[in-house]
Design a protein around this ligand. Structure first.
Ligand code: SF4
Ligand code: SF4
Length: 428
């Protein structure tokens, strides 16, 4: 009798037969995959990555450098999930493959140190994140950054592209808002809890303030729960499943209250992860039910505003606008029409670019860790955007905003890049 193959994955959470056997190898996902389009190799396509997971699970491929390289190169954009007619849960497969890599693959000493510091120490603690952000702000504002840029040092070190991608740290962080309640203007139509986000709180605090203004202007009372924390999205996408579960439990305790109609976020990546809390905690006897109750209330800001209906703006946005779908809004949450509706409502002349829902290459920290591929993907995207000659490129996720701004500069495009909420705020 033939011996049962021994998996090269360890026990615990791993890509399993019930998930990967749904792939019928049809290849319909290939042209939708940005890394396949950029690199042209089967190993960097969804079908190829799934096949490599099967081989590792069957003990026919080592969980070693080659496998890790191709899984690391995946954006986690889920463009393939939308394209797949067989319903392959690619996102779950990827999360599990990455968690196996974290468990079993010996990354270099430096990589391990940087990753454990960033994911384990900085992200879960708003106070530690604030301390780090202040150091970056000092570098950006003291003249050190200009000096490093002007002297050519960054180019020499090969980090000029990364430097351009780092967000500008703001003067006032959103953490000062923790515990505050903002009353609704006029007749109250709802009450929500707002998640301010980790990186957003230091680099996009003004966007958080604009979110509060738009909500209150629309008759919504906004609470900023004091002990909320990072949602766990970056942990989940990097393979730190247990840490993302810890973040989920923390936020459920901090935010889930019967008096809130919704739990709102302006970041697509945070929203999609918070909507995954029920799946993440489904085997947790203590928190499974509360996770389901939490998920029912999570809304992206555009989804929530489209649901309650906008009040008339003070002025109309007279501009030619193209909307670029963040992957974690369109592919992970299925939200495509709400942001477009809102922009139309305030007067935007909407123009659709080809492949508006294709990933821009930002993908969390992907543009830093896989910079070369990310820029290739971005340049393709900017070509499509330029073809419709927009005055404004609108999107609904802070990471995409940053990436598209860099893309506009690289392309020499004179368009403004803005979050949907910023445009709503200006209209009010
Ligand atoms: S998640 Fe994105 S990058 Fe990864 S395989 Fe799917 S389409 Fe390609
Ligand atoms: S579209 Fe779905 S079934 Fe077809 S190859 Fe891609 S993942 Fe497999």
């Amino acid at each position: 009798m033939a011996e049962k193959p021994v998996s090269n994955f360890s026990t615990g959470e791993k890509p399993t037969w019930d998930l990967y056997s749904k792939c019928v190898h049809c290849g319909l996902c290939l042209d939708q995959c940005p890394t396949y389009r950029a690199l042209g190799t089967e190993m960097d396509s969804p079908r190829g990555r799934i096949y490599q997971m099967v081989l590792v699970d069957q003990g026919r491929l080592a969980l070693a450098d080659s496998f890790v390289t191709h899984i690391d190169r995946c954006l986690g954009c889920l463009n393939c999930e939308t394209a797949c007619p067989s319903g392959v849960p690619y996102g779950s497969l990827l999360e599990r493959a990455r968690s196996q890599i974290e468990e079993n693959y010996p990354r270099s000493w430096l990589q391990r140190k940087v990753r454990s510091h960033f994911y384990g120490t900085v992200l879960p603690s708003f106070s530690k994140l604030a301390r780090h952000a202040k150091l970056v702000r000092f570098y950006q504002r003291s003249g050190l950054q200009s000096l490093a840029r002007g002297s050519g040092l960054l180019k020499l070190l090969g980090v000029a592209e990364l430097d351009a991608l780092s967000p500008r740290i703001e003067s006032d962080f959103s953490f000062a808002d923790l515990g505050r309640v903002y009353p609704a203007e006029g007749k109250q139509r709802g009450r929500v809890a707002l998640l301010i986000g980790c990186i957003s709180s230091v680099a996009f605090a003004e966007l958080n303030r604009a979110t509060i203004r738009v909500l209150t202007r629309n008759g919504i009372e906004v609470h900023i729960p004091r002990s909320q924390s990072c949602c766990g999205a970056l942990h989940l996408h990097a393979g730190y499943l247990e840490q993302s579960r810890a973040q989920a439990r923390h936020n459920i305790d901090a935010v889930l209250k019967p008096e809130f109609d919704a739990i709102v976020t302006n970041a697509a990546g945070c929203g999609s992860t918070m909507k995954e809390y029920a799946a993440l905690l489904e085997h947790d006897p203590q928190d499974a039910k509360r996770a389901q109750q939490f998920v029912v209330k999570v809304r992206d800001i555009s989804e929530y505003l489209a649901q309650v209906g906008l009040v008339e703006p003070a002025r109309r946005l007279k501009a030619r606008v193209t909307y670029q779908d963040p992957c974690h809004l369109a592919h992970a949450q299925g939200i495509r029409s709400a942001p477009r509706q809102l922009l139309k409502f305030i007067g935007a002349e909407m123009v659709e670019s080809p492949r508006a829902d294709s990933c821009c290459g930002s993908a969390g920290v992907y543009n830093v860790t896989q910079n070369e591929i990310s820029m290739k993907i971005l340049d393709e995207k900017m070509g499509y955007i330029a073809s419709v000659e927009p005055e404004i490129v609108a999107t609904a996720n802070v990471g995409c905003m940053l990436q598209l701004s860099v893309g506009a500069k690289r392309k020499g495009l004179n368009s403004r890049v803005a979050h949907v909420v910023e445009l709503l705020d200006e209209a009010y």
